[in-house]
Each structure stands twice: as structure tokens, then as C-alpha cells.
Design a protein around this ligand. Structure first.
Ligand code: B1M
Length: 211
């Protein structure tokens, strides 16, 4: 089994105590950090999701897999960074109201920060008005990113875009959205400025939006 596959298996099986050592070992052996992230960690979370859907695992297993991935990402974090902090401006990000999933949002935050933005992370279950309050606090913010993982919380994405527009920021900030159930069509429907399918493309799009 390759080191990247070992990492994927450890995440799927929730091996919280093993993950840091496995990730460090893979890095020391010269594995590409992006491959560790995408082919190992993100792929493992996809597998867990498929098993959850098939009733083979349940919420506690998803939670422990998420915890394992988070620990692994912390070891990986310095190896993914490249840009100089904050030079491209501020980027406010959060997972929308009703939604507690934060791994994808955290990865987007990490990649955007690595690209040179200063990230203000509002966390999870963020109501629309909190996005607006954050913009009031940071009027120089260039982009707001909102993440949703549940079909039921896509409505919160719509409410978030509406609240930001109603707050007077329509022409002042760009709104990016993403998350597994989100599509470009949906982004167009709710008036978001950009949709990207993954964290890497979110970072590239953010750079494009401020260039
Ligand atoms: Co939940 N969950 N979950 N879950 N969970 C999903 C999303 C699900 C698809 C599983 C399934 O059924 N196959 C399903 C949603 C079904 C649906 O709505 N269509 C589901 C469900 C049903 C639920 C609960 C309702 C379960 C229950 O309680 N009965 C519940 C809801 C809780 C709530 O939010 N209110 C729930 C709870 C949880 C846990 C708390 C146990 C845990 C989350 C822990 C955490 O995040 N801290 C969890 C997990 C781990 C998952 C799965 C297995 C993995 C999610 C993940 O982290 N993926 C997930 C199944 C799956 O995704 N296949 C599932 C890895 C991550 C890197 O990918 O988040 O998609 P993702 O992010 C990607 C892209 O989407 C994109 O970039 C990221 C990286 O490339 N992206 C953006 C994300 N945000 C972006 C923003 C952008 C741009 C790109 O711009 C701003």
C-alpha cells in the first residue's frame, strides 16, 4: 500500500493517533503535499460519505474521520503555503446557517490564505447577518466565500447572497460559493459572482477576481 493510500485508510478508519505520524512520514519520503491532500485525505472523506449513504457507517464514524483529517491537515498546512500573507486583501469565509461541515471550508481558507489573502474565518452555522456584520467590520474586504454541504442549506447560500446585496455590498465585494451540492447554475440563479468545485480552483478564482 502506498503512503498516500495508508493515509486515506487511516482517515477512513478514524486512526486519530496515527495520522500525524503517517502524514509526516509521507512528507519526509517526498510525497507531493497536494497528492496527500487530494488523493489521500479528500478521497477518504468521499469514501466515508459513500459508506454513510449506504448505511455502512454512521455519524460517529463520520465525526472521527473528520477529526482525523483535521489533524492530518495541520501537519500538511505549512507544506501547502506559498503566497505572502495578506498581500491580495481580505477574504471573509464561513459555512452557512444550519450547516456544520467545515473541512471543505477550512481547505478553501487554507488555499486562499496560501495564495496571499488575509482570511477572516467566521466558522460554521453562520447566519447571513453575521456575514454582513463582518463586512461592516472589514469594509476593505474584497471577497466573501460561503460554503454549504447540505442540499437543505443551499437556501442559506441564497439568503446570504441576498443579505450581502441588501447590506449595500453588491458592487463592493465579490461573492464566491461552493460545496458538494452547489453548481454553477445555482450560483447564477442566486446571483453569486463565482462558483468553484474545489479548494485549489477557489484560490485561483479569488486571485482572478481581484486582478
Ligand atoms: Co455530513 N453529510 N451530515 N457530516 N458529511 C454529507 C455532506 C453527505 C453528502 C453524506 C452522505 O449522505 N453521503 C450528507 C448530505 C446529503 C445532502 O444534503 N445531499 C450529509 C448529511 C446527511 C449529514 C447529516 C444531516 C447527518 C445526520 O445528522 N443525520 C448531518 C448534518 C449536520 C449539519 O451540518 N447540520 C451531518 C453531519 C456530519 C458530521 C458533523 C458528522 C461530519 C462533519 C464534520 C466536520 O466537517 N467538521 C460530516 C461529514 C464528515 C460528511 C462527509 C462524509 C464528508 C464531508 C467532507 O468533509 N468532505 C460528507 C460526504 C461527502 O462529502 N462525500 C457528508 C471532504 C471535503 C474536503 O469536501 O466539504 O465537499 P467538501 O469540500 C470541497 C468542495 O466541496 C469545495 O472544496 C472543498 C475541497 O476541495 N468547497 C468549496 C467546499 N466549500 C467551498 C467553498 C468555495 C469553493 C469550494 O467557495 C467559497
Amino acid at each position: 500500500m502506498s503512503k498516500v493510500q495508508e493515509i486515506a485508510t487511516a482517515i477512513e478508519n478514524g486512526k486519530v493517533k496515527l495520522i500525524e505520524e503517517l502524514v509526516q512520514d509521507a512528507i519526509d519520503s517526498g510525497e507531493n503535499p497536494n497528492s496527500i491532500l487530494d488523493d489521500g485525505m479528500v478521497a477518504a472523506m468521499g469514501n466515508i460519505g459513500a459508506k454513510f449513504q449506504a448505511n455502512e457507517v454512521f455519524v460517529p464514524e463520520m465525526l472521527v474521520a473528520a477529526k482525523t483529517m483535521k489533524k492530518g491537515v495541520e501537519i500538511l498546512r505549512p507544506h501547502l503555503k506559498s503566497g505572502s500573507l495578506g498581500k491580495l486583501g481580505k477574504f471573509i469565509i464561513g459555512t452557512v446557517a444550519g450547516d456544520l461541515h467545515d473541512i471543505g471550508k477550512n481547505l478553501v481558507a487554507l488555499m486562499v490564505e496560501s495564495s496571499g489573502f488575509e482570511v477572516i474565518d467566521l466558522g460554521v452555522d453562520v447566519p447571513p447577518e453575521k456575514f454582513v456584520e463582518a463586512l461592516n467590520e472589514h469594509p476593505d474586504c474584497k471577497i466573501v466565500g460561503a460554503s454549504a454541504l447540505l442540499t437543505t442549506t443551499m437556501e442559506s447560500l441564497k439568503n446570504t447572497v441576498e443579505a450581502i446585496h441588501a447590506g449595500g455590498y453588491k458592487d463592493k465585494v465579490k461573492i464566491m460559493i461552493g460545496g458538494a451540492p452547489v453548481t454553477q447554475d445555482f450560483a447564477d440563479q442566486i446571483g453569486a459572482d463565482a462558483y468553484t468545485p474545489d479548494a485549489g480552483s477557489a484560490a485561483s478564482k479569488a486571485i482572478e477576481l481581484v486582478s
